[in-house]
Design a protein around this ligand. Structure first.
Ligand SMILES: NC(=O)c1ccc[n+]([C@@H]2O[C@H](COP(=O)([O-])OP(=O)(O)OC[C@H]3O[C@@H](n4cnc5c(N)ncnc54)[C@H](OP(=O)(O)O)[C@@H]3O)[C@@H](O)[C@H]2O)c1
Length: 377
């Protein structure tokens, strides 16, 4: 640590302070009164300072092997998904499904990986997480065509500068980051369960979350009905930077709740289900999607100064899908440890909200694809 850390930390703290003030000013300008009490969370600044400066990313330990295994990663044409594909292949992965919304981009990624890993079987399959029909078709294909699925990493995600609805009638970030992720997670359970032969090789399902999820205020958590409130927007006020950032954060918190609920229904002897936070990772496409140009600028600068490399972010994923075992079932893996997750999740209020969220999610997904039979509820 010492002087080097201090020198490195200074511009990051300064930038984070600028960022926080910036958000505070925008919140005040927006002046959207909330009837829900402010929830005490750690600050984003302190969470990021710890993960970016006081945690040393570790590569997968010697002996890590995915030989004979099949893995599927959504959004693996680029960014963390592609970096994770590469790390799994470096550790002997036998078959990779690159699950992407744009097959052309997926084929380009495959071409590069082919050169590096000529022995692996790599396929590109289409899945657009903004369309339930595409997610259902993809999951049916996985169950029908894959002889085994050892690792599923639900990594596809986005942050958006503007409000937009999908053809299924949901706000896009909410559908991609949460609803479709939940749908895919449930629909992949049959093939994951049937892959597990013994306790040594339990199939894995990992949902990608974020540090931003740990600071979400989840302001609409008492809305009734809850899911519908994510799709309602008063257009006259506009969609601000704060709204875009809040929306991303809350969907990442919902992912943590999803993982805890699924883990309550599926035995860790059949499928180990967890969430992972790679912390701040630089040079992915995510920062470029950040709403509002100055925010992008600050976000990129913080990323450059403090961000983990994509390979280090991928190591965090591999820790969640292989390093951590049943102790991570239903939990968030962060900084190579099992995290306490969002403090709200440990309160009575938070547990009730999670119950309501899950009940409504199951009903919504039942309409889309009959998930109750898979879940046995
Ligand atoms: N970078 C970070 O610091 C950081 C930190 C914490 C968590 N994360 C999470 O890590 C995951 C990967 O992000 P990244 O940083 O690697 O960003 P990225 O480079 O932008 O990658 C996002 C991936 O998601 C895909 N995607 C977006 N919308 C989709 C849709 N409708 N259907 C299917 N795929 C879709 C993108 O496909 P296209 O290429 O076609 O757009 C891309 O492959 C995300 O879940 C993100 O929230 C990132």
């Amino acid at each position: 640590m010492g002087i080097l850390t201090t020198i490195l930390e200074f511009p990051v703290v300064a930038l984070l302070a600028v960022w926080n003030s910036f958000l505070a000013i925008l919140t005040r300008l927006n002046n959207r009164p909330s009837t829900v009490a402010h929830f005490e969370t750690d600050s984003l600044t302190s969470l990021l300072l710890t993960s970016q400066f006081f945690v040393k990313p570790s590569p997968p330990p010697e002996g890590t092997s995915f030989v004979g295994k099949t893995a599927l990663i959504t959004g693996s044409n680029t960014g963390l998904g592609l970096a994770t594909a590469r790390v799994l292949l470096q550790h002997g992965l036998s078959r990779l499904i690159i699950a992407v919304r744009n097959v052309e981009k997926g084929e380009r990624a495959k071409l590069n990986l082919r050169v590096e890993f000529p022995g692996a079987k790599i396929d590109v399959w289409e899945v657009d997480m903004a369309r339930f029909s595409s997610v259902v078709a993809f999951a049916k294909r996985a169950n029908a065509e894959l002889e085994r699925l050892d690792v599923a990493i639900l990594n596809a995600g986005l942050i958006k500068p503007d409000w937009g609805m999908t053809e299924d009638g949901h706000e896009e970030v909410f559908q991609v980051n949460y609803l479709s992720t939940a749908l895919l997670a449930v629909m992949l359970l049959p093939v994951l369960r049937s892959t597990t032969r013994n306790v040594e090789s339990v199939a894995r399902l990992t949902v990608v979350s974020s540090t931003m999820g740990l600071v979400s205020q989840f302001k609409n958590r008492h809305a009734d009905p809850l899911l519908k409130s994510f799709d309602e927007f008063d257009g006259t006020r506009g969609w601000s930077l704060q709204d875009g950032s809040d929306r991303y954060s809350v969907t990442k918190l919902l992912g943590m709740m999803l993982v805890r609920r699924l883990a309550g229904l599926v035995s860790s002897e059949k499928v180990i289900i967890n969430a992972v936070d790679p912390a701040l990772v630089k040079n992915t496409g995510l920062q470029d999607l950040m709403p509002y140009f100055p925010a992008r600028l600050v976000g990129n600068a913080i990323g450059r100064l403090a961000g983990r490399t994509m390979t280090q972010g991928a190591w965090a994923y591999v820790d969640a899908v292989d390093g951590k075992k049943e102790e991570s079932h239903g939990r968030l893996v962060r900084n190579w440890e099992i995290d306490t997750a969002h403090p709200m999740m440990n309160t009575e209020d938070g547990k009730k909200v999670e119950e309501e969220l899950w009940a409504e999610t199951v009903e919504e997904l039942e309409k889309v694809a009959g998930v109750k039979a898979i879940l046995g509820v």
